[in-house]
Design a protein around this ligand. Structure first.
Ligand code: GLU
Length: 432
């Protein structure tokens, strides 16, 4: 691969893109200049060093970040990501997107995000726990139920959130469940939080299809990313009658034009083999031979985005849809379940091709919506049933989707621009 030019680097820098998105929407509604400057510059950025002694006795130093972007609407809120590509600009962009997302889905939170530059996979569980607890000790003075509430994101999960509650509670001398969301069920977590991002995406998509006058039954879907979000999304979509024809993770994917019938089996197969390619299971037997019998094949992860399907779902990391592959996208609908999957240039290409993009800050906001429900239950000492959680999530997703459509009509703009406008209007209202 050749070296990237400066303009490519700038274009694919998520923070540059985020600022550009803000400017476009701010100009459209003549946003108050003071508020614009506040949103252009995060309230506080924190970078900490995390020296860890591995179980083999080596010392490794990792970098940890927390960006508190804006708290006009409430405590900073957003996930923690453990990934080798985490850097300050990525975290800044993700924190800005959280401010916007939390306003779009109308939860009383501002936006924040954090992470550690680390590949967690080669670490032992003990090392991961030590690293997480060290990070909590370094940021404990700036987080809390009413100041900043982290949550899971890429490569973090309920178990890690459990360590955070525990460490934070030790520091403040009091069990403090609401300091973080996405916790294990037996440690203050909410029913439905694990499924929330995927299910929220389904609700938003169904609402969008209704607006476009399209029948979801039999529509074909390709999903890039088979983590927590992609897995639940695939299962819920299938229940609604969509046909999932392709799934992929970072190592590869599988494509079966007639539909991947048993997502649970694929999930099991991935757990056993550690990768998705070749995973098609029938009667609990997973192998490539079965896949070939069904007319399927293994494909590269990026190929999933350009398959001949009705709906494409980027559910992995930023910058998966670029000017290089946007031109080859055949789907007419893109459901952005990842944060920031589409570069600005790709956005423009897709707009010209008349592709409907359900933007990330709407499509994947179901996760933080249920994080809010969890935080609320912790604070009020309540426990809601899964049915209650899903019902409340549906109402929120449908309402926000409606609002975004209304604004896009009024301002004759894309759903992405409309979502930003809605967020800015809501932030303006609270900016007393
Ligand atoms: N990491 C998720 C997101 O990007 C969830 C954040 C949260 O629940 O606070 O929306």
């Amino acid at each position: 691969m050749g070296k990237k030019t400066t303009s490519e680097k700038t274009n694919n820098n998520p923070w540059e893109r985020a600022k550009n998105q803000l400017k476009i929407a701010a100009d459209k509604i003549s946003l108050n200049e003071m508020l614009y400057q506040q949103l252009l510059n995060p309230d506080r950025i924190i970078e900490v060093s995390l020296p860890l002694k591995t179980q083999k006795g080596e010392i490794k130093v990792f970098s940890g970040y927390r960006v508190q972007h804006n708290n006009i609407r409430g405590p900073y809120k957003g996930g923690l990501r453990f990934h080798p590509n985490v850097d300050m600009d990525e975290v800044k962009a993700l924190s800005f997107w959280m401010t916007m997302k939390n306003a779009v889905i109308d939860v009383p939170f501002g936006g924040g995000k954090g992470g550690i530059t680390v590949d967690p996979k080669p670490l032992t569980e003990k090392e991961l726990e030590s690293l997480t607890r060290l990070f909590v000790r370094k940021i404990a003075s700036v987080i809390g139920p009413n100041t900043d509430v982290p949550a899971p994101d890429v490569n973090t999960n309920p178990k890690i959130m459990g360590w955070i509650v525990d460490e934070y509670s030790k520091i403040v001398g009091k069990k403090t469940l609401a300091v973080v969301t996405g916790k294990p069920l037996d440690n203050g977590g909410s029913l439905g939080r694990t499924e929330a991002t995927g299910l929220g995406g389904v609700y938003s998509l169904l609402n969008t299809l209704k607006k476009l006058g399209k029948n979801p039954k039999g529509m074909t879907v390709a999903i890039q990313g088979f983590g927590n979000v992609g897995i639940f999304l695939a299962k819920f979509l299938q229940k609604e009658g969509f046909i999932i024809v392709a799934l992929s993770d970072s190592k590869g994917g599988l494509y079966i034009p007639n539909g991947i019938k048993d997502i649970d089996e694929v999930e099991k197969c991935k757990k056993e083999k550690g990768l998705l390619a070749g995973c098609y299971c029938i009667d609990s037997v997973c192998d490539l031979k079965n896949m070939k019998n069904l007319g399927g094949k293994s494909i590269d992860s990026e190929k999933v985005l350009t398959l001949p399907v009705d709906i494409v779902v980027p559910a992995a990391l930023e910058n998966s849809i670029t000017k290089e592959n946007a031109i080859d996208i055949k789907a007419k609908i893109i459901l952005e379940m990842a944060n920031g999957p589409t570069t600005s240039e790709a956005d423009e290409i897709l707009r010209k091709k008349n592709v409907t993009i359900i933007p990330d800050i709407l499509a994947n906001s179901g996760g933080v919506a249920v994080s809010y429900f969890e935080w609320y239950q912790n604070i009020h000492n309540e426990k809601w049933t899964k049915e209650e959680v899903f019902k409340k999530l549906k109402v929120k997703m449908e309402k926000s989707t409606e609002e975004v459509f209304k604004i896009s009509k009024k301002y004759k703009c894309s759903l992405r621009e409309a979502a930003y406008i809605l967020a800015l209007q809501r932030i303006t209202k609270e900016n007393k």
